[in-house]
Ligand binder design. Structure first.
Ligand code: NAD
Length: 258
């Protein structure tokens, strides 16, 4: 039977790679995220071209619970339920705690944590009815350890780890699993663009930016690729992963081993 996957924040980066990976399996895909209308049309066509499933886009803003409810209701109405939910949308703001803008704190907690509560609570009744479901939360190495100046991000990512475990326990007997993926530094377009800029402002080479600044704490000294994260998401959504639940899988080049 054709599976349906909802991936939040899938117009770019990790979410887009996950959407592409699930599309290739023939799943129906619900894309979500921001972007110019022509960009979103191009992404939707691109993902639709990869498999036999239907691909739709929903513009829900992950700071708005009513729009999230509409995203999930749209997916259920169009495809008869959501089998795979990937909570991926995420944003960052870097500032020391006492200067951290209150509106940035609220925004990051809303997008990186609370939106997952809203998608999960909407998805579970349908998953329970089917006796099958997969919830995959894209956390971060920052779900396990902290870095200075990222209070809201680190708090939200630690929070999503707790939400994952709680949900997993509540639905353990329903054929539904809930897990987090904890990537280290992933080479997304956003990160890629920063390399030449940082080299210029710091007066160092691009290789030095990568090794000494960005990947300082990532022992492999290599970025994770979006395809590697997507491949792990596919595995967690498979029947082989049915006994993996309430936990996280790190993909961080050894970062959190230190
Ligand atoms: P990205 O900026 O490339 O993509 C983020 C996506 O979220 C985009 O599609 C964007 O439109 C969407 N988005 C942002 N605000 C939104 C909102 N209010 N409503 C709906 N969609 C919204 O970032 P990415 O690097 O691919 O990050 C994806 C996830 O992976 C995030 O949760 C991030 O915290 C996590 N992560 C990233 C890295 C990394 O190094 N890139 C490492 C660990 C974890």
């Amino acid at each position: 039977m054709t599976k349906t996957a909802v991936i939040t924040g899938s117009t770019s980066g990790i979410g887009l790679a996950i959407a592409k990976a699930f599309a290739k399996t023939g799943a129906n895909i619900v894309l979500n995220g921001f972007g110019a209308p022509d960009e979103i049309r191009a992404v939707t066509d691109d993902v639709a071209g990869l498999g036999s499933g239907t691909v739709i886009y929903h513009p829900a803003d992950m700071t708005k619970p009513d729009e999230i409810a509409d995203l999930m209701a749209t997916a259920a109405a169009r495809f008869g339920g959501v089998d795979i939910l990937v909570n991926n949308a995420g944003v960052q703001h870097v500032e020391k705690v006492e200067d951290f803008p209150v509106e940035q704190w609220d925004r990051i907690i809303a997008i990186n944590l609370s939106s997952s509560f809203h998608t999960i609570r909407a998805a579970l009744p349908g998953m329970k009815k089917k006796g099958w479901g997969r919830i995959i939360n894209i956390a971060s190495a920052h779900g396990l350890v902290a870095s200075p100046f990222k209070s809201a991000y680190v708090a939200a990512k630690h929070g999503i780890m707790g939400l994952t475990k709680t949900v997993a326990l509540e639905v353990a007997e329903n054929g539904i699993t809930a897990n987090s993926i904890c990537p280290g530094y992933v080479l997304t377009p956003l990160v890629e663009k920063q390399i030449p800029d940082q080299a210029r402002t710091r007066g160092i080479t691009e290789a030095q930016v990568v090794n000494d600044v960005m990947l300082k704490g990532q022992p492999t000294k290599k970025f994770i690729t979006v395809e590697q994260v997507a491949s792990l998401a596919l595995y967690l959504a498979s029947d082989d992963a049915a006994q993996i639940t309430g936990t996280h899988v790190s993909m961080d080049g050894g970062w959190t081993a230190q």
